[in-house]
Design a protein around this ligand. Structure first.
Ligand code: FAD
Length: 491
């Protein structure tokens, strides 16, 4: 936390996901009295745990990007550095209509080397020739990743590689994904490197193979949440779970927050660490313009089915650590699958012989999440098809987890809209909003934003408070996801 003049004494953090917990810890370490309200009966939001056959596992997020320092720095600050693991396998696959193909080194599916044999297994010779013959002129009106890559490298690169990666990671079609959000500054880099493929190679340099630029914690990413809860407790944060906030109102000297039981608490500053629609509803009366901007953000509902299986066919990890499913693969409903114990070595310590954990994610942009009823059976069928299982298969345990609004869909114009939203927000010294729309879909980004914004609200609110807007923000504008932490990383 940056040193600053402490001008607030009480803060309400609404939402006990990672962003809310990080902000609460930062504020408490600055001497602010903090209360966190979390609607669910557990902490962590998208970074929470479930029990599968008696083993505690990740329900949602299972990795963190290492390309941005913020994630690993937090892990270090929480004393978990010794438990950081990198994936033991990075040879992810794309499921095409005619079988699995290994994902070549890429950025968001844009190949970093057209001579790589993995590219030849995905694209025809004619497709590769088209990609080599990169077109210089791209119209200024190109606003999506799909359109940009189509114009430069041809349709096949988008349909067979870029689209499955973006659908799997951002729950968004490539042709609907904002170029400036997912590949900010790409035009300048392409000019410098004289092509999109060399630009992808430059971006990948130092990151190692696709899928290797992430890490996790021994035992699962949910340990981050547990450590944050412990750190909050140790700094005196008042943590209230199963306790949602239904209303916030401005008062003469701050805010009044009302929980779902009707209990009210008065504070100087509010941190809204909830999905954008929830923040929009809460701000509707007092900050209608901000509420309208937040309400316009699109999210995709995601369901993850976790399966604990006994299946000797899987002992050799036939599909590597994970599979992204191309739209042409119509016999499979899942958009991505992770073979958890193929990816993370810590599972070896807790899984008996022949047992495996696979996680399948469902939910396509613009569509409601598939019904829970029958989804485990669908996931079994999808997993068997993707893994090529012919022998014995027994499901020991299963779990379905739903996130209605945790994954933000970066539709065209998203980056500009988020810059405007950040400008509006930075005019308000006693309020901050934390979500994946502002930070990018990914943990490292949301952690960085939470820390920056906690600093801003501590230092920017004048003593002897008046709730008027300030002209300048105390910290630079929140960074709009330098292509999100999750981009380019296969499951
Ligand atoms: C299935 C899934 C897998 C993911 N995998 C990865 C991954 O592997 N790596 C990665 O970097 N990122 C991943 N992400 C993205 C990452 O997890 C999120 O960007 C990040 O966790 C968002 O944190 P958050 O605290 O902003 O939001 P959330 O985690 O959504 O937390 C918001 C919290 O607010 C609470 N809330 C809502 N309304 C109220 C209310 N009225 N009052 C009080 N509380 C309320 C919710 O219950 C929730 O706990 C994944 C996301 C999902 C959904």
């Amino acid at each position: 936390m940056t040193e600053g003049r402490l001008s607030i004494t009480r803060a309400a953090v609404i939402g006990g996901g990672v962003s809310g917990l990080v902000a609460a810890w930062e504020l408490a370490r600055s001497g602010v009295a903090v209360t966190v309200w979390e609607a669910e009966g557990h902490w962590g939001g998208a970074v929470s745990a479930l029990t599968l056959g008696g083993i505690t596992a990740d329900a949602g997020a299972e990795a963190i990007a290492v390309g941005r320092p913020a994630g690993l720095q937090l892990i270090e600050d929480l004393g978990l550095r010794g438990d950081v693991l990198t994936p033991r396998r990075t040879d992810s696959r794309i499921a095409m209509a005619d079988g699995l193909r290994e994902l070549p080194p890429s950025v968001l599916g844009v190949p970093a080397d057209l001579d790589d044999p993995r590219v030849a297994s995905l694209l025809s010779a004619a497709d590769i020739e088209r990609a080599r013959d990169e077109r210089e002129a791209v119209s200024d009106s190109t606003t999506t990743v799909g359109a940009y890559v189509r114009e430069r490298l041809g349709d096949a690169v988008v349909d067979r590689i870029v689209d499955p990666v973006i659908a799997g990671v951002h729950a968004c079609a490539a042709d609907d994904a904002d170029l400036n959000t997912l590949l900010p500054g790409i035009g300048a880099l392409v000019d410098q490197t004289r092509g999109l493929v060399p630009a992808a190679a430059r971006m990948r340099a130092g990151l190692g193979p696709s899928g290797s630029a992430v890490a996790s914690l021994r035992g699962g990413m949910h340990r981050l949440t547990a450590a944050l809860v412990d750190a909050c407790c140790a700094t005196g944060v008042d943590l209230r779970h199963a306790s949602g906030i239904s209303r916030i109102q401005r008062t003469d000297d701050g805010w009044r927050v009302t929980d779902t039981t009707g209990a009210v608490t008065d504070v100087d500053v509010v941190v809204l660490a909830v999905p954008p629609r929830v923040a929009a509803d809460l701000l509707h009366d007092d900050e209608p313009q901000l509420a309208a901007s937040l309400g316009a953000i699109e999210t995709t509902a995601v369901r993850v089915v976790s399966l604990l299986i006994e299946c000797p066919d899987l002992d050799e990890f036939p599909a590597g650590p994970g599979v992204l499913v191309a739209a042409e693969r119509t016999d499979v409903q899942a958009k991505a699958m992770t073979h958890a114990n193929a990816k993370w070595e810590w599972w070896d310590d807790v899984l008996p012989a022949n047992r495996h954990v696979v996680r399948l994610s469902y939910g396509r942009a613009g569509q409601p999440a598939p019904a829970v009823e029958g989804l485990v059976e669908q996931a079994e069928a999808d997993a068997k098809a993707l893994l090529g299982v012919t022998g014995s298969w027994r499901v020991i345990d299963s779990a379905v987890t739903t996130w209605q609004e945790s994954l933000v869909r970066p539709t065209p114009g998203h980056a500009q809209r988020m810059r405007d939203l950040t400008d509006q927000l930075h005019g308000l010294p006693d309020l901050t909003v934390l979500n994946s729309a502002l930070a990018g879909n990914g943990l490292a980004g949301i952690i960085q934003l939470a820390r920056e914004e906690a600093t801003r609200v501590v230092t920017s609110r004048p003593s002897g408070h008046s709730p008027q807007r300030t002209g300048e923000s105390a910290v630079p504008l929140a960074r709009i996801s330098a292509h999100s932490d999750r981009s380019g990383e296969a499951p």
